[in-house]
Design a protein around this ligand. Structure first.
Ligand SMILES: Cc1ncc(COP(=O)(O)O)c(C=O)c1O
Length: 372
């Protein structure tokens, strides 16, 4: 059967997202199930955004604007840049794929850190095979080690992904270190700053969003998504900011009509004002602090997080997969991190306070069962 496959693809396994709530309800006959597995915003879609979506429904017989003009215009205004500095995609994952497709030449490599978002690997391997993907080690603090990454840069390195804050560890590299890295890396490399969780950062003064550097003409691409703080995961919509030439090159590999009508109007409405975003960030911060302490009290190691999730490491006496399995039986879906290269850890998304408390109650029960 495999002889039909593109040989690059043989090494890939299908992406396994967190279990859907409905599947778990059916499987264990559970009435209550909570899902804190995919770093979604628990607050739901803001009213003015759902109104905009409803108003667009009658136009669904028509293709969307292939160029997403009005959305790009709004994104440009919002970020104080030009429309030519923006491209939009069906989620950051589409943009990641486009970046690799547009810029990775045969023999060149993609560099990132171990213990990060898995899609960089998928996009690289499908395009260029597994030898094209290089991971630098991550330190014991579970933070991107930009010095270790810098040491691995060679003539073949073409694209460098820096995830800040990082998923699944939640850690952030401070502004000065990112700037220093950007300034050191040779200009013929493309640095992608994946800022999916930027809005959750605890101290924005210590954070580099990279937009100024990206539009200046350096080879930097900034990725932003509507899936997290804007609560539009289901819409599949994200954007990239870079210099005009890089954006125009990305347009060469953009599929026609790549962003649906409903996604375009929803994203435009999301950028109308920052009220929802500010409230969501504040609520996340408050709930994250409480959850951090609750988790610490259970005896696990919790990694301080700058995002909307917490990674924690239980005692090595307990199997992470067993914890996950027992939590599922209790109706709680979180994320074991083997697939992210962190087999010793689990990740829980910060939900509403009641959801977090429910998770903690069930987690304590599971630890008790395992302690026998
Ligand atoms: C670091 C990072 N980048 C990108 C994405 C994908 O986001 P999108 O929904 O925009 O495809 C995620 C999703 O979890 C992520 O964690």
């Amino acid at each position: 059967m495999n002889e039909l496959l593109n040989p690059n693809v043989i090494d890939l396994v299908p992406y396994k997202p967190g279990k859907p709530i409905e599947d778990l309800q059916r499987e264990f006959n559970l009435e209550k199930v909570i899902k804190l597995a995919s770093n979604e915003n628990p607050a739901g879609v803001p009213l003015h955004v759902s109104e905009a979506i409803k108003n667009e429904i009658s136009n669904l017989n028509l293709y969307p604007d292939s160029d997403s003009y009005y959305l790009k215009k709004r994104i440009a205004e919002y970020n104080h840049i030009d429309i030519e500095n923006v491209i939009v995609g069906a989620g950051s994952v589409e943009l990641i794929r486009m970046i690799v497709k547009a810029f990775l030449k045969p023999g060149q490599t993609v560099l990132t850190s171990a213990k990060t978002f898995v899609f960089y690997k998928v996009a690289t391997i499908e395009e260029a095979g597994k030898n094209a993907y290089i991971e630098a080690p991550m330190g014991d603090d579970y933070t991107f080690d930009l010095d270790a990454m810098f040491k691995l840069i060679d003539n073949n390195t073409k694209i460098i992904f820096v995830t800040n804050p990082n998923n699944p560890t939640g850690t952030m590299v401070p502004k000065e270190k990112v700037l220093d890295f950007i300034n050191k890396v040779p200009k013929d490399k493309i640095i992608v700053l994946d800022n999916a969780y930027q809005e959750y950062v605890n101290n924005p003064d210590n954070y580099l969003d990279g937009i100024n550097e990206a539009v200046k003409g350096r080879n930097i691409i900034v990725l932003r998504t509507f899936s997290k703080i804007y609560a539009l995961s289901g819409m599949r919509i994200a954007y990239a900011i870079s210099n005009i030439e890089t954006i125009s090159n990305l347009n060469r590999v953009k599929a026609p009509f790549n962003v649906a009508r409903l996604s375009q109007v929803a994203a435009i409405a999301s950028l109308e004002n920052d009220e929802f975003k500010i409230k969501a960030a504040a609520l996340n911060q408050k709930n994250k602090e409480k959850l951090f302490h609750q988790l610490q009290q259970t005896g696990v190691r919790v990694i301080p997080s700058e995002a909307n999730f917490l990674m924690f490491i239980p005692s090595s006496k307990f199997s992470v997969n067993k914890i996950d399995e027992l939590l599922l039986r209790e109706g709680v879906i979180i994320r074991p991190l083997q697939g992210f290269g962190v087999p010793e850890a689990l990740r829980v998304t910060v939900g509403f306070e009641e959801e977090n408390d429910y998770f903690i109650e069930k987690f304590k029960k599971v630890l008790q069962i395992l302690a026998g």
